[in-house]
Design a protein. Structure first.
Length: 438
């Protein structure tokens, strides 16, 4: 640990961990992506297949990482795994991208989206969107500094809250809907590309690996991580599938494509009356709030883990644990500041797009690491990924699919993403050189 000889409290139990998996994945995707996936799929059946395959690829990745996490039960998640298996340089580059770009951009994007939804709900001036977003991010950062258990309480509460509208849509959609769920999309509205459809679902599933960043705060990470990862991803996959089936039971596929982001609200109005749209709007707001809290809860752990190893400028300060709350408060503040700057400076969605390509490169390295660890460690494991080596191979193929698809559709973003990673190299060598002189 750091020079203060303090340790993070081990307050993460099974239900808390489960809420992190579900809460950090289910944000807006379950409400906003059905139309996009249908556009690329061309039919309801192919769209449901895309959601299912996206869930399988994500589950394969989650179970593979769970084996790695059970052997490396440390705070930092993906960054820590990459460093332990591939060395300090690769670990630094992974953590660098998450700390400087990916984390702040994702938090900023969610904060702005939350601000937009809240101002629309109460008919406030749209100029307040950024202000509301920043205030929300600051509020959640303070909650998570005061104590992980309080951030966990918010996470658990909002996870339950976001599941309520989902359950209502599923139950009433299947009960009252009378559309044929096997309908097709008007050919004039389609852009047939099953690969793009699966890619859209994978972005909706993203966020699952963030539970791994809490490894150092879990009560029994070797057992808890795989259980929470498995159960959480199965819950999310089931939610995504059944929400889409319910929507298709209420609205024909072509109508869902035409309505786009408003499809879920329209379906809710048809099921529950005019108040239904408001209920769904509130449900999405709660969903984004919980997802945002999950990111704030987990992203700073990567920064903290890097600072503990002296891999960031001002590492001694960043690695400080609050003397009363025993939380990585400086790391949380740093993410809060960077996210706030992004929210006021530009469109954070573009910044997060830059990071996605690089993150998936590190995902692929993490999935391959399970083969390396098995070769190195012959001792009995507390958890082993099922159907080895099939699931890790599926996870690697899924990552390759994301990388190739993104490279073909957004080559400039991919090059810029690689550029952000390369910028970290001189910083890494400068810090390493400074450490060697001390």
């Amino acid at each position: 640990m750091n020079s203060q000889n303090q340790e993070l409290k081990k307050e993460v139990g099974l239900f808390f961990a489960l809420s992190i998996v579900v809460g950090t994945i289910i944000g807006s995707g379950v409400f906003m992506k059905p139309g996009t996936v249908l556009t690329y799929s061309g039919s309801a059946n192919m769209a449901l297949l895309a959601w299912f395959l996206g869930g399988i690829l994500t589950l394969a990745g989650g179970l593979t990482v769970a084996e790695i996490g059970s052997q490396i039960p440390k705070t930092g998640g993906l960054y820590t795994y990459i460093e332990e298996v591939y060395g300090e340089l690769w670990g630094f580059l992974c953590g660098w991208v998450q700390t400087v770009v990916y984390g702040p951009a994702v938090i900023g994007a969610l904060g702005l989206y939350f601000g937009s939804l809240l101002t629309n709900l109460f008919s406030w001036n749209s100029a307040l969107e950024s202000v509301v977003g920043v205030i929300t991010v600051v509020f959640l950062c303070v909650i998570n500094i005061v104590g992980t258990k309080y951030g966990g309480f918010v996470q658990t509460l909002t996870t339950v809250g976001k599941l309520v509208p989902i359950v209502f849509i599923i139950v009433f959609g299947l009960w009252k809907g009378n559309e044929n769920i096997g309908s097709t999309v008007d050919s004039a509205l389609t852009d047939m590309n099953l690969g793009a459809a699966i890619l859209a679902t994978l972005f909706a599933y993203d966020g699952w690996i963030l539970l791994a960043s809490m490894g150092g705060e879990m009560k029994n990470p070797a057992k808890l991580l795989p259980r929470a990862m498995t159960a959480g991803l199965l819950i999310v996959t089931a939610c995504y599938l059944f929400v889409n089936i319910a929507l298709l039971h209420v609205l024909p596929a072509t109508e869902i494509v035409k309505l786009g982001e408003n499809a879920t609200g329209t379906a809710a109005t048809m099921l529950f009356g005019d108040i239904g749209g408001k209920i769904i709007s509130i449900g999405i707001i709660v969903s984004i709030f919980g997802c945002l809290n999950g990111k704030i809860l987990t992203f700073p752990r990567v920064t903290f883990a890097m600072a503990e190893r002296g891999q960031l400028p001002f590492s001694k300060s960043i690695a400080k644990i609050h003397p009363s709350f025993q939380t990585p408060w400086i790391s949380v503040l740093l993410q809060m500041i960077l996210a706030s700057i992004v929210m006021f400076a530009s469109n954070p969605d573009k910044l997060s797009d830059l990071a996605v390509f690089t993150i998936y490169m590190f995902y692929m390295l993490a999935f391959f690491a399970v083969f390396i660890l098995r070769k190195k460690n012959k001792k009995k494991r507390e958890y082993s990924v099922p159907l080895y080596p099939i699931l890790p191979i599926i996870a690697i193929i899924g990552s390759l699919f994301v990388l190739i698809s993104t490279l073909m559709t957004k080559p400039l973003s991919c090059l810029l993403s690689i550029g952000v990673t390369i910028i970290g190299l001189p910083i890494y060598y400068a810090i390493k050189k400074k450490r060697q002189r001390i």
